[in-house]
Design a protein around this ligand. Structure first.
Ligand code: ADP
Ligand code: MG
Length: 603
């Protein structure tokens, strides 16, 4: 038995039982479906993408109000007079989606720039604003709302009752889960997951993080708007209350309690919170002898408990339990055979050609000169080492030549192009691959998945293609390429292991494999030998030697002198931000200034 079979069994059971359920249960199931539709957007946004939003209810409101306005206002009727009445809700859906996309895009462009706690605070701000706009626009019925909305009609059937509308709600929900599940299992899905670990790593892999964040935000908002549209035609009456901040927070509860990293967790969370709310609203006021929304307090306590005891929510626990009880094997990846699609391919520059060049690069932090007119170049087919005592400015220089930061003065050229002001993904696109001094991998994802992220910019299939599974041939090529690099770096045995469970030394090699999957012309390695055992260092040296043979330009920042001296063709030595020596290992080792700088060191 596979998880997929369980999903099918769930759908069949739900469909079979539909006719037998009481109207009350059916209505509850409709609400659960509507809430889950919003919560899966939050799973994507918050759980996977790392952006917390308290304001999703406002987007539900946009979807609901758009259709309510179209179906009730005389102006809309005078414009749409040529259409049969039954089509008005569909025009409402269209308007809702367009307005939501525009507003989400605008809000996203402003809010998503905010970092840390300011982002959730920003979402509270616009959640509140939209609520008051709904309440204060006379055309939208003010706080009394709009009534008398028509039911949906589909192929001539009226969906006036929850019995009739419910299957549509659940079909939309299941379709959305299918599409998002596909999205997460694709090139774009890897890019979305990478967002959570900060911009630096994702941008260095060629991911446009601002664009991905906005898209994520818009998709989550559109799901909420569809939920609002269905809600309006189920209730046939709307007012601003269901779209206020409280409810926005409840949606977040659903995602977090269910399991913010799992799409099905949203369905579980929506079910639990809806049922619990129903129960609590019955007996909490009796118990406390007063009326009020006391359930919110219980939800808050519940969320604290879940975050304490099961930070990933309840879904992983339930899924793990079910897997054990039913002895399930995981769904296998099904991929088209590789070879049908070729990934982007750049020819390597001829050996000896300058690939990366820094001219008089100066970086000042306030009064401190971290890099002082540093000149250096890296050529195809050589290993160039950058060494120097702690605080010499090596990491700063690394940032200057990889687009993480801009030099105060001086010039960086990559393949003869001036890179002034370019972001690191532009460096990646031109063929610069890098690793990080402090390893930056997606710890819970497999080695294969991590390495495949490195090939991101060599593919082209976008969000829609991924959602509709039209990316399989390209995805197969990406995974085949990732697997090739994994084998080449000697990681074949751990390809399916989560990256975080490997020893640090191997994680560094995974980073190299990831950089290689981008097919770089120049490879920048920040302390690749740190944390490696003797034998691993030998393997690394062999690998780098082989890459040099193939014509890669390699720059290593490294502390391990034995490693550097045996491997490097040329060495540049930095001290206090200034180049104090440059030459072959023998020349550098004999240089009196270098010996003085390292006095007491092990050079
Ligand atoms: P290394 O990598 O060679 O150990 P760094 O490039 O990290 O050296 O640092 C060089 C100098 O620049 C140090 O004195 C460090 O304190 C300073 N420095 C580095 N980054 C910053 C920053 N963002 N702001 C202020 N000073 C910095
Ligand atoms: Mg450093």
């Amino acid at each position: 038995m596979k998880p997929r079979h369980l999903v099918i069994a769930f759908i069949v059971a739900l469909a079979a039982a539909w006719g037998l359920l009481s109207p009350f249960t059916i209505t509850l199931l409709c609400y659960i479906g509507l809430y889950a539709l919003v919560a899966i957007g939050l799973v994507l946004l918050t759980g996977v993408g790392g952006m917390t939003s308290f304001g999703q209810a406002a987007f539900v409101g946009l979807g609901a109000y758009a259709t309510a306005w179209i179906c009730s206002s005389p102006e809309a009727a005078s414009w749409l007079g040529f259409l049969p009445k039954g089509l008005y809700p569909w025009v409402g859906l269209l308007l809702g989606l367009v307005v939501t996309a525009l507003i989400a895009w605008g809000l996203g462009a402003i809010t998503l720039r905010l970092s840390g706690h300011y982002l959730p605070l920003g979402t509270i701000a616009w959640g509140l604003s939209l609520y008051y706009i709904f309440g204060n626009m006379p055309a939208l019925g003010g706080f009394t709302g709009i009534g008398g909305l028509p039911p949906l009609e589909l192929f001539g059937f009226s969906l006036a009752t929850p019995q009739a509308l419910g299957p549509v709600i659940w079909a939309v929900l299941l379709l959305a889960i299918w599409a998002l599940d596909n999205l997460l299992d694709s090139r774009e899905g890897r890019a979305i997951r990478a967002l959570k670990s900060g911009r630096l790593m994702a941008e260095s892999m060629g991911v446009d993080t601002s664009r991905q964040r906005i898209k994520l935000f818009v998709v989550a908002a559109l799901l909420a708007a569809v939920s609002g549209w269905l809600y309006a035609h189920m209730q046939r009456f709307i007012n601003p209350t269901p779209f206020n901040l409280n409810i926005g927070i409840e949606y977040l509860f659903m995602a977090v309690v269910g399991g913010a990293g799992h799409l099905w967790g949203a369905v579980l969370g929506a079910t639990l919170i809806t049922l619990l709310k129903e129960e609590l609203q019955d007996w909490l006021p009796q118990l406390l002898g007063a009326s009020g929304n006391f359930e919110v307090i219980v939800f808050g306590l519940l969320m604290l408990l879940v975050l304490q005891r099961a930070a990933d929510g309840l879904w992983p626990l339930l899924a793990g339990f079910t897997r054990r009880v039913l002895k399930m094997s995981p769904d296998k990846r099904t991929l088209a055979p590789a070879g049908e699609v070729r990934l982007d391919h750049h020819a390597l520059p001829p050996k000896g050609e300058q690939v990366l060049q820094a001219q008089k690069v100066t970086k000042r932090f306030a009064g401190l000169v971290a890099n002082n007119e540093v000149d250096m170049d890296v050529r195809a087919g050589e290993v160039h080492a950058l060494i120097g005592p702690n605080g010499a400015g090596k990491s700063t220089f690394f940032n200057m030549i990889s687009g993480v930061d801009d030099p105060t003065e001086g010039q960086v050229r990559l393949k003869t192009r001036d890179m002034k002001g370019k972001p690191s993904r532009a460096f990646a696109a031109l063929g610069l691959g890098r690793t990080f001094q402090h390893v930056r991998l997606l710890g819970e994802r497999s080695v294969l998945d991590n390495v495949a992220l490195g090939a991101h910019q060599r593919g082209h299939k976008g969000w829609v293609a991924s959602m509709l599974r039209l990316d399989r041939a390209e995805e197969a090529a990406v995974l085949a390429e990732a697997m090739r690099q994994i084998e080449r770096c000697g990681l074949g045995a751990v390809a399916d292991t989560p990256a975080a469970s490997l020893p640090l030394g191997q994680q560094r090699i995974v980073e190299i494999a990831r950089a290689l999957a981008g097919q770089p012309a120049v490879l920048l390695l920040d302390e690749p030998a740190a944390g490696l055992r003797h034998l691993e260092k030998q393997h690394l040296a062999e690998l780098l030697g082989q890459l040099r043979e193939e014509g890669l330009a390699i720059l290593v920042v490294e502390h391990d002198m034995e490693f550097v001296m045996n491997l490097a063709d040329r060495i540049t030595v930095l001290e206090f931000g200034t180049v104090i020596a440059h030459g072959s290992p023998t020349e550098v080792q004999a240089n009196p200034r270098v010996i003085a700088a390292y006095l007491g060191g092990d050079l």
